[in-house]
Design a protein around this ligand. Structure first.
Ligand SMILES: Nc1nc2c(ncn2[C@@H]2O[C@H](COP(=O)(O)OP(=O)(O)OP(=O)(O)O)[C@@H](O)[C@H]2O)c(=O)[nH]1
Ligand SMILES: [Zn+2]
Length: 304
């Protein structure tokens, strides 16, 4: 084997990926052999092979996120500093999708940030903001944003500076608008990447790593669509510990393997639906219902 070079995977499609070297140069690479399959964000060592490159080694990952396709769970991004869940006053967001994204981030050990866009819409914005109150109480940062009016853009910038942030959001919340606003020439970069990956028709279907700054310190990772987050790598009994509001009440149950659903002497259930003004450990009823649904889903998952 000749010399190898350091790089980072900035886009991946099937067995092809685009690797960026420390000098900013990008090269199309393939994994060597069956091993070494990569995801966006991976740090790799690669070697020259004609005009292209071969991935020789995938360096140890700080963290890894999974997405769910049908019944399979696939990894799709690694080495992230935070996950930004973009929601909007309109369309109305799903509490379940939000919970899944936050649980996936927590399980991967990645900080999460909720951003609520379309501040200019007034009443619908206030309603959506109120629905996010349980999240503010459990300590998740929730930022208001108005991409149309630039409301909150500076505060968001400050949160993104120097970090690599995966952006997720359901359709219509303004994700493309946000990426285009924060990444100079995002469109041109996308075109370049899809040409390099030879997937011209798939311009928006690959997860892509974009630099927000010329110094390449702040990155946005855009993943198309709102990923149905893969939670199948988790076990039902872990779930309560991955939900900060539920986690805060743990430790007082009579049974150490309490599922917090029907056991006597549960220390969590008495906090469900209480008034946050008098109970600092109050658990929102919707969150508790989602916990039950996810618990059943994980308990019933197929074993391979
Ligand atoms: N009122 C209002 N509309 C906004 C704001 N930001 C974005 N929009 C609009 O919301 C719509 C969706 O924006 P996009 O950026 O295309 O949203 P997206 O999340 O990428 O949606 P998909 O393309 O479906 O994935 C567009 O019509 C935007 O103009 C905002 O702050 N206020
Ligand atoms: Zn319990």
């Amino acid at each position: 084997m000749g010399s190898t070079f350091a790089g980072r995977v900035v886009a991946a499609h099937g067995r092809h990926c685009l690797v960026e070297g420390d000098d900013g140069q990008r090269i199309l690479c393939h994994p060597r052999g069956k091993k070494n399959s990569v995801v966006v964000g991976d740090r790799v060592r690669w070697s020259h092979s004609g005009d292209e490159g071969l991935i020789e080694q995938v360096l140890e990952r700080d963290n890894l996120l999974y997405r769910q396709d049908e019944m399979r769970t696939k990894s799709f991004a690694a080495n992230l500093d935070q996950v930004l869940v973009l929601l909007a006053a309109d369309p109305v967001f799903s509490d379940m999708q939000l919970a899944r994204a936050l649980i996936a981030a927590e399980a991967a050990g990645i900080e999460a940030l909720i951003v609520l866009n379309k501040h200019d819409l007034g009443a619908p914005f206030e309603q959506a903001w109120a629905r996010l109150e349980p999240h503010r109480r459990m300590g998740t940062p929730v930022l208001p944003l108005g991409l149309k009016t630039d409301h909150g853009l500076d505060a968001l910038h400050a949160r993104l500076r120097g970090r690599s942030t995966l952006v997720l959001g359901p359709s219509g919340v303004g994700k493309s608008t946000l990426v285009n606003r924060l990444v100079p020439e995002a469109g041109a970069q996308t075109g370049e990447i899809s040409r390099a990956l030879n997937s011209g028709r798939h311009t928006t279907t690959t997860t892509t790593w974009y630099w927000m700054d010329a110094e390449r310190q702040s990155a946005l990772i855009d993943s198309p669509g709102f990923q149905a987050f893969g939670l199948y790598h988790l076990e039902a009994p872990e779930l309560a510990r991955l939900m900060p509001d539920l986690r805060a009440t743990l430790g007082d149950c009579r049974f150490h393997n309490c599922t917090h659903r029907h056991e006597p002497g549960c220390g969590l259930r008495p906090h469900v639906g209480t008034d946050p003004a008098s109970d600092p450990l109050a658990i929102d009823e919707t969150r508790y219902r989602l916990y039950g649904e996810l618990f059943d889903e994980l308990a019933a998952k197929p074993t391979y």
